[in-house]
Write a protein that binds this ligand. Structure first.
Ligand SMILES: Nc1ncnc2c1ncn2[C@@H]1O[C@H](COP(=O)(O)OP(=O)(O)OP(=O)(O)O)[C@@H](O)[C@H]1O
Length: 805
């Protein structure tokens, strides 16, 4: 298309150039006579005819006589007559041309380069310059003849060439240049007109402006036809371009419209997206709020029911070549594991706990979830946290931290104590707390003090068990301190540093060996006990105990490849864990008989598992697929534990009342009998008067043989004291505090005296419970205290947990 257009343009230009040459030849012949070339000469013919400059000089002399004073003539015809005649040399002809150009300049007419007549090439554009020049001379002559005024419309081609001027700015520049070239006013006016025309014209047609103008000025009949044809072509071209422009404009408008619509659509879409995002984010926030609320409510329900809480912690995989079995860990405490021996669709097993911590969870993450429970120690609740799981699953890591731990790897034991110290500090003005710690281990069914001076000897099994096997007390007397391990050294702690030192000392003394499952395998259950006693400014007391238990890990002896002493240890460990399973199972089934006495571990944890304590178990998992069997066993055990309901926990608080309330035994203030007593070489601790549990009173009643009579009178007295059943329900049952803080609330029925609670209580003593409650106050504490501990009950037949040894 462009090629064709260019071709048309070129042929049109050639036509126009030929027409102009024709014009020039016509005019020159009319001035100087025949030129001896065709009327429509080629460029070559045209140039060679003018080359000697004679025609040009004669022509200008005709118009302006004397313009060229001397013309070198060529009389070639004389040559035949006169042999002596020498034709002029080329330089003489050149003189003609130069004189002609000078004459032109004097007439202020456009000229050309003398060398333009030397060239025959059309490409140089030199011919058109010569043509322009002669047409300019012609125009000058015509104007002179008509009114003596030369219309200098024609611009010199070397100054104003339309092919070069294709921008309004360039055109105006040229115009300014022309003006500066001392043009007359009228000339500059005309130039201004041309300059104004020029950009439009050149923009629309791309034609040679000069040629058109000259054609206009010098139009003979044929050139008029030519001009007309050119005009027609221009118009056609213009029309086509106008049409194209119109199409483009329409297209542009349509595109603009489309773009605008697209913009509007996009904005609407973005707005909708923004709204949807906002809705989704608020829905997500709502969801998390609901999940959080659900968790809180669930915890509250569990608090009310006294469920043992269960957390689960999965340690990282250490062997990178091993596949893991943990499929999913939910924020809501859900855990999916995959059985590697089963196809994908049947492989998944789901579990639900209070909280599950993944391999990337930090010590702090675990502690933060445990913190509220630990803090309740300061409100008088007994709390027990125990770490359970197969050997090497990370129990010691959670409770104490790894060996050579950094500050971020400190375990719950340390973080808990540190937190308790902080709370004490904050409450310093209102209440003073004293804290004491004991640390023991149960190694091969022997309880050993890890903090006594000669505790390092406890490792040697050949030493007399009586020396190192501490006695676990389950039944307190009025004189004792209510401690379950009265012979274990008690250490007062006043700062976290004290605690750290004691824990480190205890860990050094703990029985640890290397097995194929764990380089530093704990071969004993370690129990870190924190006893706290607070007294407020009014004399009210709070007492509580925190048990932090790091159980020894269950292990498959075939896998751990232990022999000799290690095998014996493993057997003891597995047996005691099996007993723990039995106790949990019996509690979960609300059996009348709970086999606490079957192991030292369950006996020591009796209060935590069966009393009014808040209990948390952290089940630990090794995620490797070769531990899948142990993992499932741990998870099933943990699930069973989470179903155990202990009844609502009881806070060991006593308020001091003034004289006016003295008459009400439920408000009676308990006074410390033995403020401080040295314990086994350790730091002295307060000896509190022991409270007496109603169960003991019941036992006493039965053993004394005066059962029904005493029960009746006690019930009557109880009613008289408390006024109504409703009031009784607000009064807690006498709990047993580890520090032996006696509760002199009358033995009225508390909310905990639900059936399940009662059954559990019965199971502690192994006695059938009478339907009539006996008030221990009336019954005489002494008698109850002196009552012999009932014989160990039979073990429950239901067993769970690991018993592989
Ligand atoms: N969450 C964890 N992150 C990093 N390392 C861990 C984690 N849990 C455990 N470990 C590492 O795994 C190894 C075994 O852990 P740990 O000794 O605590 O197991 P255990 O259950 O107490 O074993 P055992 O019952 O045999 O005493 C240790 O090297 C410990 O540092």
């Amino acid at each position: 298309m462009t090629g064709l257009h260019e071709f048309n343009l070129a042929s049109r230009k050639a036509e126009e150039a030929a027409a102009r040459r024709f014009q020039v030849v016509q005019w020159l012949q009319s001035v100087v006579g025949q030129l001896g070339i065709p009327n429509q000469p080629s460029e070559k013919e045209f140039v060679s005819c003018l080359r000697n400059g004679m025609i040009l000089c004669n022509a200008i002399n005709k118009i302006h006589p004397g313009a060229v004073s001397k013309v070198v003539e060529s009389y070639s015809h004389l040559h035949s007559f006169n042999r002596d005649y020498q034709p002029p040399q080329a330089y003489q002809y050149f003189e003609n041309v130069r004189n002609f150009l000078v004459a032109l300049e004097q007439l202020r007419l456009p000229g050309f380069e003398a060398s333009d007549l030397e060239k025959d090439s059309i490409e140089s554009g030199s011919v058109s310059k010569v043509v322009d020049c002669i047409l300019g001379l012609k125009a000058y002559n015509e104007s002179k003849m008509s009114n003596g005024f030369y219309k200098h419309i024609k611009t010199p081609p070397f100054q104003l060439n339309a092919t070069k001027v294709n921008h309004p700015l360039s055109a105006s520049k040229t115009a300014r240049n022309l003006e500066r070239n001392d043009c007359t006013d009228s000339e500059s006016d005309k130039l201004k007109v041309i300059t104004k025309l020029l950009p439009d014209h050149s923009l629309n047609s791309e034609e040679n402006f000069d040629e058109n103008l000259i054609s206009l000025e010098n139009g003979s009949e044929s050139s008029k036809i030519l001009l007309h044809k050119t005009k027609c072509n221009h118009k056609r071209l213009l029309k086509t371009q106008e049409n194209e422009l119109a199409v483009l404009k329409t297209l542009f408008i349509e595109t603009k419209q489309d773009f605008h619509e697209f913009q509007v659509d996009l904005q609407r879409y973005l707005m909708e997206l923004g709204n949807q995002m906002q809705e989704m984010s608020s829905a997500a926030q709502g969801y998390y709020k609901v999940v959080e609320e659900n968790r809180k409510l669930y915890n509250m329900v569990q608090d009310l029911k006294g469920n043992i809480r269960v957390f689960c912690r999965v340690r990282p995989i250490f062997n990178s070549e091993m596949n893991g079995v943990i499929d999913y860990i939910g924020k809501d405490g859900s855990l999916f594991v995959l059985d590697p021996s089963k196809p994908q669709k049947d492989a998944r097993k789901t579990f639900q706990f209070n909280q599950v911590f993944g391999p990337t969870s930090t010590q702090d993450d675990v502690f933060r979830e445990t913190q509220p429970l630990i803090r309740s120690v300061m409100d008088g609740y007994n709390v027990c946290i125990f770490a359970y799981g197969q050997t090497g699953s990370g129990k010691t890591y959670t409770m104490s931290g790894p060996p050579g731990r950094s500050s971020t790897q400190l375990g719950i034991n340390y973080l808990a104590l540190s937190d308790l110290f902080q709370i004490c500090d904050k409450r310093r003005d209102m209440i003073t707390y004293e804290k004491y710690v004991q640390m023991v281990e149960i190694y091969n069914e022997q309880v050993r003090d890890l903090l006594s001076e000669n505790s390092s000897c406890t490792r040697y099994p050949f030493m007399s068990p009586e020396t190192f096997n501490l006695h676990i007390r389950t039944c307190s007397s009025e004189e004792d301190d209510g401690l379950s391990l009265p012979d274990a050294t008690m250490h007062s702690v006043n700062s976290t540093m004290d605690v750290l030192q004691l824990m480190e000392a205890g860990e050094v003394n703990r029985a640890v060996s290397s097995t194929s499952m764990n380089n530093l395998s704990s071969r004993s259950h370690s129990i870190f006990m924190v006893h706290g006693r607070g007294e407020d400014t009014s004399g009210g007391t709070i007492s509580s105990c925190l048990h932090l238990v790091d159980l020894a890990g269950s292990e498959r002896v075939d896998k751990s490849e232990v022999t000799g002493d290690r095998l014996k240890e493993a057997q003891y460990i597995n047996k005691s864990l099996s007993c723990l399973g039995d106790v949990i199972s019996a509690l979960a089934q609300k059996n009348s008989h709970i086999p606490y006495r079957n192991s030292k571990l369950t006996l020591l944890l009796q209060d935590a598992l069966g009393g009014q304590a808040k209990t948390l178990m952290i089940a630990h998992l090794s995620p490797e697929e070769d531990s899948f069997g142990e993992t499932i066993s741990t998870l099933k055990f943990a699930q069973r534990v989470s179903s155990v309901e202990l009844g609502a926990a009881y806070a060991h608080k006593e308020t001091k009342t003034d004289e006016t309330s003295k008459g009400d035994p439920t408000m009676e203030v308990h006074q410390l009998k033995n403020p401080l007593s040295p314990v086994n070489g350790g730091t002295s601790i307060p000896h509190f008067q022991l409270m007496q549990t109603p169960v003991k009173a019941e036992v006493d009643c039965r053993t004394s043989g005066k059962g029904s009579h005493i029960r009746k009178s006690l019930r009557t007295i109880g009613k008289l004291i408390n006024g109504s059943e409703k009031r009784k329900e607000n009064v807690p049952e006498n709990p047993r505090s580890p520090l032996g803080v006696s509760n002199h609330f009358s033995g009225v029925k508390s909310p905990h005296t639900s059936n399940a609670k009662t059954l559990r209580r019965q199971s502690l003593t192994g006695q059938e419970r009478s339907s009539i409650r006996v008030d221990p106050v009336e019954n005489g504490i002494k008698g109850a205290r002196n009552a012999k501990t009932p014989p160990p009950p039979e073990r429950s037949s239901s067993k769970i947990g690991d018993k592989r040894a």
